[in-house]
Write a protein that binds this ligand. Structure first.
Ligand code: TRP
Length: 341
């Protein structure tokens, strides 16, 4: 029986942080180890270029960093095809064909792209590649005939647009070779974890992230800066749990839910100091992050092996992609020279 393919990816624009970990990486490892899937994980460098075209060094450097993050959390190249988007030439070709099956008006309605354009303050200078990246993302998903796409909630519109493109393509070329994918979304509360400053989103650009590669002292220092309750000044003051990042993180990372409930009760009542609470969170985080960090350091000893792993993964991914492209070219009718030498 052929296993269901899942595909997902990350833009290599920096190292991955604990938001990526709880929102996505952890679940990928579970899906990988379930044995129920044929997993593909892509480092989306082509997509990273859509808003970083003038900074190829950042993308190149991040390629190995992201690969190390993957291996550190337990993605295993024996079970998961880990590959690099730009190396799959069929993706550029398929993107070109898709581009004619979507309207500018439809692209303008994509809420995630809309929000990102605002955030990045492109003004009137939106790169065309950025504006159309949902089309290229549809190619990523469909060239591998992925059924499941585990992504963050913000990627829902991309999946929807992919499904539309699949229908348009199959309809335009009277075929059924393309598969409509389904998104797999994070459990409630894990899709978006706040930054250490209390901002709703942990992100590199906001400088409020804890990275999987941070050493123990850095993690401790970041927890000590963490936003708690500004009105909780003296230890005996009653404190607020809601919006208090330390508690948000304990809810996510501490398996001992009874302990967390007790701490919340104590904090709300008064008598639990921020320092003591933060020391506890540091321990909780360390028990999860230490093994990841140690594996990351071990893998980082041999960068050529990491590049070889990415090349092997890309070679394998290319074979799968080419098989689909053959059918695509045939369906469209651009296989003019089939059978000729
Ligand atoms: N847009 C995704 C992100 O920013 C990355 C990505 C690119 C992706 N291609 C993909 C995710 C295909 C899932 C499937 O996180």
């Amino acid at each position: 029986m052929t296993k269901e393919i899942y595909l997902t990816g990350d833009r290599p624009t920096g190292k991955l942080h604990i938001g990526h970990y709880v929102g996505s990486l952890k679940n990928r490892v579970v899906m990988q180890n379930s044995g129920d899937y044929d997993p593909f994980v892509m480092i989306a460098d082509t997509q990273a270029f859509t808003d970083n075209a003038r900074d190829p060094k950042k993308i190149r450097d991040s390629l190995t960093e992201v690969a190390l993050d993957y291996l550190a959390v337990g993605l295993d190249p024996k079970k998961t095809t880990i590959f690099v988007q730009s190396q799959i030439k069929g993706l550029f070709e398929l993107t070109s064909y898709y581009m004619n099956l979507v309207t500018v008006a439809r692209l303008q309605r994509n809420p995630t792209v809309k929000a990102e354009i605002q955030q990045k303050s492109f003004g009137e200078s939106i790169p065309a590649g950025f504006f159309t990246y949902p089309v290229s993302q549809a190619a990523d998903i469909t060239i591998f005939r992925a059924k499941k796409v585990p992504v963050g909630d913000d990627q829902e519109p991309m999946i929807e647009q992919t499904r539309e493109l699949v229908r348009s393509f199959n309809n335009a070329y009277h075929t059924d070779i393309l598969v409509e994918p389904e998104g797999v979304f994070p459990e409630k509360g894990l899709g978006r974890i706040p930054g250490i400053d209390g901002d709703a989103k942990m992100s590199k650009s906001l400088g409020n992230a804890i990275y999987l590669s941070d050493d123990a002292d850095t993690v401790a220092a970041k927890v000590k800066q963490m936003y708690t309750d500004p009105k909780h000044v003296a230890v005996d003051d009653p404190g607020h749990v809601e919006g208090n990042v330390v508690f948000t993180y304990l809810d996510i990372f501490d398996p001992d839910t009874k302990q967390v409930a007790d701490l919340k009760a104590q904090y709300t009542h008064g008598g639990l100091g921020d320092m003591k609470l933060k020391k506890y969170l540091i321990e909780v985080l360390e028990s999860e992050l230490k093994p990841i960090r140690e594996r990351r350091i071990a893998f980082a000893q041999d960068i050529p092996a990491i590049l070889q792993m990415l090349k092997d993964g890309s070679d394998h991914a290319n074979e799968i992609a080419e098989a689909t492209m053959k059918e695509i070219r045939q369906a469209i009718g651009v296989n003019y020279f089939a059978g000729l030498k």
